[in-house]
Design a binder for this molecule. Structure first.
Ligand SMILES: C[S@@+](CC[C@H](N)C(=O)[O-])C[C@H]1O[C@@H](n2cnc3c(N)ncnc32)[C@H](O)[C@@H]1O
Length: 378
């Protein structure tokens, strides 16, 4: 049971990866998700879940369900409508409007004088640009209406774990901000600066340049998180051959070069539609830079990531396992996954990378929340 000095609500909790990242210094006062598999996974991992996990639609919650006043409300609201790959329905779109189901609770807490001191909103990077920046401004408007100042960071989980996974983190606070927490950050990417630049003056005036440093260099690549070769099911040779046949000459050449080097090389293979000579062609593309591609939420086997291993002149392929997906999210092997592989991949693929949450907690949230006491004591 977590009994740390900092408290939080976890909205859109999924498998509880924000909680894993926040760690033992944080006590969860309340968690919510409407997906039965996610809720079961949350319960399997947090023995105190019965105290505070409410399984159900965020729109069905009332302010009375939320105990006390939390230091942080964490909200990884559904990303479908923001996704660059999706229809860009934006905040007004059906599923992302779950954000407003969350937001009306923040307003109601504010009316009772119990608004969280800090709010973190995590989403896909498309939130920075969808509808020409209108969605990002809408989030800023909501935050400003409750007296929050805010800033955003675009963090690729690849800095922490071997998975390319850029996400935007909006951190909003009503607390006084220590000067040390304001300044440069490698995560204030061009897209973040452009999004901030598009804000209307009354929101721009509430902007915070969070000073969040880069972490020490990552020391694990994709090969380091794989399960033992003997413990996984490899594709039969004809299935591997089908993957190779889908590759363009450039990607085949990459594999051939790895084969010629002789040393063990691990990579990810992804299906992509490409236009070649005016026609759509399905291609398999391989990346051998030590990173997995961004995990997604597969409904079946066809969209699962494929691992390719070149070793001693031989090329083998297989599907990424749920445990490997969990490792790519920075979860410890003690994390309990659903029994079904598809469900396990879904829980992992929908989550927030735990080490990114930890880094934000360490570099911004914990110093910020500890600051008023420190200022008062001076
Ligand atoms: C992007 S995922 C966040 C996952 C979580 N941060 C984690 O690390 O596992 C969004 C979550 O919101 C949940 N969700 C979507 N709409 C919801 C709603 N209306 N009410 C409650 N939960 C909802 C989904 O089931 C999903 O688990």
């Amino acid at each position: 049971m977590s009994r740390g000095p900092f408290t939080f609500y976890e909205f859109f909790a999924g498998g509880g990866m924000a909680r894993v990242g926040l760690g033992p210094r944080w006590s969860c006062l309340f968690a919510n998700d409407f997906d039965p598999v996610k809720a079961a996974t949350y319960r399997a991992n947090f023995t105190d879940a019965a105290d505070h996990l409410r399984e159900g639609d965020v729109w069905r919650l009332g302010v009375a369900d939320l105990p006390g006043q939390a230091d942080v409300a964490w909200a990884s609201s559904p990303c479908q409508d923001f996704s660059l790959a999706g229809a860009r329905a934006g905040l007004a779109g059906g599923r992302s409007s779950a954000f407003y189901g969350f937001w009306r609770l923040m307003e109601a807490l504010g009316a009772e004088g119990r608004g969280p001191r800090t709010i973190v909103i995590e989403n896909v990077s498309g939130l920075l640009t969808s509808h020409g920046g209108a969605d990002f401004a809408a989030v800023g408007e909501a935050l400003a209406s409750q007296g929050y100042r805010f800033g955003a960071l675009e963090i690729d989980a690849a800095a922490f774990t071997p998975q390319s996974r850029p996400r935007v983190f909006i951190i909003a606070t009503r607390d006084p901000i220590p000067a040390a927490l304001v300044g440069d950050s490698p995560w204030r990417t061009r897209a973040v600066r452009a999004a901030a630049g598009r804000l209307p003056p009354h929101l721009a005036g509430r902007w915070i340049d969070w000073a969040c440093p880069a972490p020490p260099a990552r020391n694990a690549d994709l090969a380091a998180i794989l399960e033992d070769d003997a413990a996984v099911a490899w594709h039969p040779p004809d299935r591997t051959d089908r993957w190779l046949a889908l590759m363009s000459p450039l990607h085949r050449a990459r594999l051939e070069a790895a084969r010629a080097r002789g040393e063990r090389t691990v990579g990810g293979v992804f299906r992509r539609m490409r236009i070649e000579n005016g026609a759509k062609v399905q291609r398999a593309e391989v990346r051998l830079d030590g990173l997995a591609g961004c995990l997604r939420t597969p409904r079946g086997g066809s969209s699962r990531q494929v691992i390719v291993v070149v070793d001693q002149g031989q090329v083998r392929t297989r599907l990424l396992t749920p445990r490997e997906a969990a490792r790519l999210m920075g979860l410890p092997d003690a994390y309990v996954l659903p029994k079904s592989a598809t469900a396990g991949l879904h829980v992992a693929g929908d989550g927030v990378a735990a080490p990114v949450v930890r880094w934000l907690a360490e570099t911004i949230l914990e110093p910020l929340l500890a600051a008023p006491a420190a200022i008062a004591a001076e």
